[in-house]
Design a binder for this molecule. Sequence first.
Ligand code: NAD
Length: 267
Amino acid sequence: MKLQNQIAIITGASSGIGKAVAKSLALEGAKVIINYPFEKTKADAQAVLDDIKQAGGDGIIFQADVSKETDVQNMFAATIQQFGTVDILVNNAGIQSDAPFEEMTLDKWNAVIGVNLTGQFLCAREAIKEFLRRGIDETKSVAAGKIICMSSVHQIIPWAGHANYAASKGGINMLMQTLAQEFAPKKIRINSICPGAIQTPINHNAWATPEALNSLLTLIPYKRIGQPEDIGKAAVWLASDESDYVCGTSIYVDGGMTLFPGFTTNG
Ligand code: NAD
């Protein structure tokens, strides 16, 4: 078990990638805090926890909107009260709210930046406070704490019609690198995972019909859509001491989507 007794908060863990990450970390011995944002997603969060417990894992569910400072502070306080500390944060919660740029309302802009970028700031700040307070616990890890930021290939691939989303992911990249630089001397490791197209509710329209899926596959040299478990495996590695010398890096788990597939046949 690579994460025995470590306490991991995974935001937005009632579905998709967050759910797979929570299950993967729990299978490696982490106690997981399965965060969900709203009452209507509580049953899904509970189902994730039930599956984890059935597989021999442990954890709790916790409702918090990551874009709200007091919700995030309450989540960390409750986690520390129940489990004593936090060892791993997976900043996964994210939304899309698309529009042609000239029609994008300030509400749409603020909603996406609020969850995707401000949410990562708020959670990272609370995690780092706790990592600094506790320091290294060598019975669990040689690092004082680990943060995994769920970014996207769209931290480097521009995305017309999704300016708010692409801007949030570009922002995550610089937030991640800056925090990694600031806290590496304290033995806190901060890295990003950049998924390509992963089959989850967020991009349902991109794979729901054979036509949509075929069109999507033209963007993926490896010729399959990604599964949430592909990201779960990368998250386990980044959270574990096996990646101890990995600091401030983005790992692209994308079937080659960032390889400019349009140039495969000579451009
Ligand atoms: P998803 O819609 O299944 O997951 C997003 C999760 O975030 C949901 O569980 C949702 O309840 C939660 N959430 C939304 N608002 C929240 C809030 N205010 N507070 C807390 N949680 C909130 O989609 P997903 O694909 O699993 O997305 C997870 C992350 O992966 C996102 O950051 C997304 O941008 C990123 N990502 C996904 C893909 C993909 O192809 N699926 C690609 C690149 C990046």
